[in-house]
Design a protein around this ligand. Structure first.
Ligand SMILES: Cc1ncc(COP(=O)(O)O)c(C=O)c1O
Length: 575
C-alpha cells in the first residue's frame, strides 16, 4: 500500500479516471466492444472508508498506527449503475477510486475493487490480469492454482509468500467460518427450519450483508417484520436509549414506553383498549380467549378460513385452515371450523348457537398473498352484526403500514371488533398486540390473561419509534406510490412470462406474483436463483412469489429486483 496524500489523490484520479480509463475504453471500442468508462465514485458505485493499518513495534507494546492518507478499503458496492449498463450490454471499465461518506475520493487497490465488484455481482469467475508474479509456496515455487481449501492451509501454516487475495471477509474471518456456523447450527438446533446456506451478519435499510461479504437486497423484511428497513436509525436509537435505562419490570408496575405505544395505537385505530404480548400467535391466542370469555357460556366456536394462517400454538394452529400444519399435533383444541375462501353462503350456513367469532386475515399472506374481496369483508361484518358474533382481523402481516395505510381494514371500510398485530410493530423486536373496543375488552379482568414480557419497555420503545415514523407526514402516501410502481412492474413481468406466471395480487407493499402450475414446480428454484443474484424473496403457500420489501425500499431497488427476476424467469422458460 502506498501512502496517498490529498494532492497525490488528485493526480491519481486524473491519471486513473482521465487517462488510463479512457485509453482502455478506447481500445475496447476500437476492437468492436461497447465500453463505458466509470470512476468508482460515479453513482456511489464503490463506497469506501479510510484503510486503517498498524504495524507491530515491540513485543509488549501496542501496534503503531500507520497513516496511509487517502488509501481506502471498499465498504460497499452499489451495483445499480452496473445493472443498467449490463442490460444494454455495455462493458464497464471502472477506475479503482472509491467514495467515502464525506464525499472524499479514496485510492484503492484495483484487485480489491475488482474482487468486491465481482462478489457483489455474484460473478461466476474473476479473471485478474496483473503484473504481480503470483503466490509462492514455502519453497518459493510459484503456485499455478490454489483451491480455497489449500489456501486456508497455506495461510494457517504461515507459509504463503507474496501478495494474495485470500477470500477473507470484512471481519477478517475466512469463508470457512461461514460454513462452520452452518454446520454447528445443524448440529445444535431442532430441524424446524430449512435454511438457505447464508449467514447474515449486518443489515441497513433494504440491504443485508452475509459473512462472505455478499450483499443482498431484502424484499421480504424478515417476512413483513423489518418494515422500516434494517437498523432504522430512530428505532435503533429508541432501543439503545431504553436498554440503557430499564429493560424489564413486571406488568405489576407501570412503564412509560408501553403506555405511549398503546396510546398511539388507540389514537390511530378503531380500538379503545390494548393488550401487549410477544408474537403473532400470542396475539391471536389472546383474541381467541377474549372472544370466548366475552361470549355467552356455550358459545365458543371460532370460524376461520381454509388456507388461513394464524400461528403455531395449539389454539392458533387449530384456527389455521391448513391441514398440513396440523398433521401429528392432534388432538387440537376443539371449537374451530374452516370455511371456504370468500364464500358468504358457507359462512351463513356454518353459524350455530355455539359460534362466537369470525377470524380472518384481510389478505392471507402465508398461503400466497390472497386478498379477501371487499364485498366479502363487508358482508362478513353485516353477518357478524346480525348474529351477535365478534369479527377478529388478524393484521399481523398486513398491519403497520404494510398495505399503504396503517391497517388494511381502513381500505375496506370495515372495522373489526378485535384486531391482532405483531411482526412490524417492533421492526424486529418481539412484540404483539391485541386491540379492541372497551365493552369487549371488559371481559378480561385482572388475572384472566397475562404474559411476563408483554409490553416490555425496550420492545415498546421500538414500537413507539415505528408508529411515529409511519405517522410522519408523507410516509404512507410514499408507500402507496412505491407499491403502485412495484405492482405495475410485476404486472408487466407477468404479461411477459405467461408460461410461468398468471397475474399479480396484493395490496400496498405486500404483493404476490402468481405462478402457473409450471411456475409452481419451479417456485423454490426461482427463489434460490434470486438469492444467488442477491435478492431475498420467497415462495408463499406453494402458489406465489411473495414480495414484502421494507417500506423504505427505493424505486431503483424495485427496478433492480424486477430486472433480475425478469432474467431469472427467462432462464427458467423452456424455448
Ligand atoms: C397472518 C399471521 N398471523 C399469525 C402469524 C404468527 O405470528 P408469529 O410467527 O409471530 O407467532 C403470522 C406469521 O407469519 C401471520 O402471518
Amino acid at each position: 500500500m502506498r501512502v496517498t496524500d490529498g494532492e497525490t489523490m488528485d493526480i491519481v484520479e486524473m491519471v486513473l479516471v482521465g487517462k488510463v480509463n479512457k485509453e482502455i475504453v478506447g481500445l475496447i471500442n476500437h476492437c468492436g466492444g461497447k465500453a463505458v468508462g466509470l470512476s468508482g465514485r460515479d453513482g456511489d458505485l464503490v463506497c469506501a472508508e479510510k484503510l486503517k493499518m498498524s504495524k507491530a513495534v515491540a513485543e509488549n507494546a501496542p501496534p503503531e498506527l500507520i497513516d496511509l492518507g487517502r488509501v481506502g478499503r471498499v465498504t460497499r458496492v452499489n451495483p445499480s449503475v452496473l445493472r443498467g449498463l449490463e442490460q444494454e450490454e455495455f462493458i464497464p471499465v471502472i477506475a479503482p477510486v472509491g467514495v467515502g461518506e464525506d464525499g472524499q475520493a479514496y485510492n484503492i487497490n484495483a484487485d480489491l475493487v475488482a474482487g468486491a465488484i465481482a462478489g457483489c455481482l455474484r460473478a461466476e469467475k474473476l479473471i485478474l490480469l496483473t503484473d504481480v508474479e503470483g503466490v509462492a509456496d514455502d519453497q518459493g515455487n510459484l503456485l499455478r492454482s490454489i483451491s480455497q481449501k489449500d489456501l486456508e492451509g497455506y495461510i494457517q501454516k504461515g507459509s504463503i509468500q507474496g501478495d494474495v487475495y485470500s477470500g477473507r471477509n470484512r471481519d477478517g474471518n475466512t469463508m470457512k467460518n461461514e460454513s462452520e456456523i452452518q454446520k454447528i447450527s445443524d448440529q445444535v438446533f431442532l430441524h424446524t427450519y430449512n435454511r438457505y446456506p447464508v449467514t447474515i451478519i449486518e443489515g441497513k435499510g433494504c440491504k443485508l450483508l452475509d459473512e462472505g461479504g455478499r450483499e443482498y437486497i431484502d424484499f421480504l423484511s424478515g417476512i413483513a417484520v423489518c418494515s422500516l428497513g434494517h437498523c432504522h436509525e430512530a428505532v435503533t436509537e429508541a432501543i439503545c436509549r431504553q436498554a440503557s435505562r430499564l429493560v424489564h419490570v413486571s406488568n405489576l408496575y407501570y412503564t412509560r414506553p408501553q403506555v405511549e405505544l398503546a396510546r398511539l395505537l388507540v389514537e390511530h385505530s378503531f380500538a379503545e383498549k390494548i393488550f401487549f404480548c410477544n408474537s403473532g400467535a400470542e396475539a391471536n391466542e389472546a383474541a381467541i380467549k377474549l372472544a370466548r370469555k366475552h361470549s355467552q357460556p356455550g358459545r365458543y366456536e371460532i370460524l376461520s378460513l381454509v388456507s388461513s394462517f394464524h400461528g403455531r400454538t395449539l389454539a392458533t394452529l387449530a384456527a389455521t385452515g391448513q391441514p398440513k400444519f396440523h398433521a401429528g399435533f392432534e388432538p387440537l383444541p376443539e371449537g374451530f371450523r374452516h370455511l371456504p375462501f370468500a364464500d358468504t353462503a358457507a359462512l351463513k350456513g356454518a353459524i350455530s348457537e355455539k359460534t362466537c367469532a369470525v377470524l380472518l386475515e384481510p389478505i392471507q399472506g402465508e398461503s400466497g398473498v390472497r386478498p379477501l374481496p371487499e364485498e366479502y369483508l363487508r358482508a362478513v361484518r353485516q353477518i357478524c352484526d346480525e348474529n351477535g358474533l365478534l369479527l377478529i382481523f388478524d393484521e399481523i402481516q398486513t398491519g403497520m403500514g404494510r398495505t399503504g395505510t396503517l391497517f388494511a381494514y381502513e381500505q375496506y371500510g370495515v372495522e373489526p371488533d378485535i384486531m391482532t398485530l405483531a411482526k412490524a410493530l417492533g421492526n424486529g423486536l418481539p412484540i404483539g398486540a391485541l386491540a379492541t373496543k372497551e365493552d369487549i375488552g371488559r371481559a378480561f379482568s385482572p388475572g384472566a390473561h397475562a404474559t411476563t414480557f408483554g409490553g416490555n419497555p425496550v420492545a415498546a420503545s421500538a414500537g413507539v419509534a415505528v408508529m411515529e415514523t409511519l405517522l410522519a407526514p408523507g410516509f404512507l402516501p410514499e408507500v402507496r406510490r412505491k407499491a403502485k410502481y412495484l405492482q405495475e412492474n410485476l404486472n408487466a413481468l407477468s404479461q411477459k412470462h405467461r408460461a410461468l406466471t398468471s397475474g399479480v395480487r396484493g395490496l400496498g407493499l405486500l404483493q404476490g406474483l402468481i405462478l402457473t402450475e409450471e411456475g409452481c414446480s419451479l417456485g423454490g428454484k426461482i427463489v434460490t436463483a434470486m438469492l444467488e443474484k442477491g435478492f431475498l424473496i420467497n415462495f408463499a403457500g406453494d402458489s406465489a412469489l411473495r414480495f414484502a420489501p421494507p417500506l423504505v425500499v427505493t424505486e431503483q431497488e424495485i427496478a433492480d429486483m424486477v430486472a433480475v427476476l425478469d432474467a431469472v424467469l427467462r432462464s427458467f422458460t423452456r424455448p
